[in-house]
Design a protein around this ligand. Structure first.
Ligand code: SF4
Length: 313
């Protein structure tokens, strides 16, 4: 049966794309995001795009967005190094093909492909303030099964509002994202006693990124975000995980001087992505040897630059 709502959205998209209104509409939407003009200009948000479907505006338009009321938002986590996690959204507009968080579909009853739906926990900041009254000291990971700065955050600002709530406590915060949209919240980052902001740099190659992370911001824009964070004296790290096909030399060179630490992880669910590797003739990058040999070279090169490394596998 025809899905008329999706058809309607695609029609709108086609109309927008086919005339000059597109850029002005995009400008209008991105201009609504509160920006610190000294740090991020609207044109930087345009850089999030790699091809038309990567426009944050289009991603939001094509997704099934549902506002929900969560029962809890500050959750204890067993992930090493963290005490709590906060996931303001269920689902993720970045839609990485290898995403382990896609298991969330099982618990939420979503039938749409991963990357095409998003549940927005609209009561997250309110709930967080309530839960924080009982929280002990510790480190909060933002986020573990979604990206806190995915495109929908431009509209709902839930991550920002959760950070504002966390600022009222002594908890430490660890952010991990694939998006330079995190630069919007530098004013808040600067007020935390202890905060680390990490960008996932899974490869140095934009072509490889497009295969595995079709809707996420470019690697170039993430590196630029790390540079700006560093200039603003925020503690930064790069998460090279999962290691997509990459060359350690240019990857380490592009991060030189921009990070306080590097974390390296392998592809943890190879069976999930075997077909994509095969289709792109990249199978050798899924072999055990690749992760161990290239992982070791990455570590050595980072350490030579004075950057401490944690291997997670
Ligand atoms: S950005 Fe993170 S949570 Fe989002 S799809 Fe990619 S791996 Fe999954």
């Amino acid at each position: 049966m025809l899905d008329f709502s999706k058809l309607f959205k695609i029609l709108i998209f086609a109309i927008i794309l086919s005339n000059s209104l597109f850029d002005s509409l995009l400008f209008l939407v991105t201009s609504l995001v509160p920006l610190n003009p000294e740090i991020l200009e609207p044109k930087d948000l345009f850089n999030l795009r790699n091809f038309p479907f990567s426009f944050p505006f289009v991603i939001i338009l094509l997704m099934e967005v549902k506002e929900i009321f969560a029962k809890t938002i500050l959750t204890k986590t067993a992930i090493s190094g963290f005490d709590y996690c906060i996931n303001p959204y269920v689902g993720c507009g970045h839609g990485c093909r290898y995403c382990y968080a896609s298991f969330m579909k099982r618990f939420t009853g979503h039938l749409e492909p991963w990357g095409e739906f998003i549940d927005v926990k609209v009561n997250a900041p309110y709930l967080l303030r309530k839960q924080l009254k009982r929280a002990k000291q510790g480190i909060v990971a933002l986020s573990t099964v979604t990206d806190p700065y995915q495109p929908i955050e431009m509209k709902y600002h839930l991550t920002r509002k959760c950070l504002e709530a966390l600022l009222e406590t002594q908890l430490s915060v660890n952010i991990l994202t694939r998006s330079p949209l995190c630069l919007r919240d530098i004013d808040l980052f600067k007020q935390f006693k202890r905060i680390e902001v990490g960008l996932s740099i899974t490869t140095h190659d934009e072509g490889i990124k497009k295969i595995f992370e079709p809707y996420s911001p470019s690697i170039h824009s993430r590196v630029k975000a790390l540079r700006i964070l560093r200039q603003e004296k925020i503690e930064t790290y790069a998460f090279v995980g999962p290691m997509l096909p990459l060359d350690p030399k240019p990857l380490v060179a592009m991060l030189d001087g921009l990070i306080d630490e590097a974390l390296i992880d392998r592809m943890n669910y190879p069976n999930k992505v075997k077909a994509i590797y095969r289709k792109a003739k990249l199978e050798k990058y899924l072999e055990e040897d690749y992760f161990h040999v290239v992982g070791a070279e990455l570590k050595e090169r980072f350490e030579k630059k004075g950057i401490p490394v944690s291997m997670i596998f």
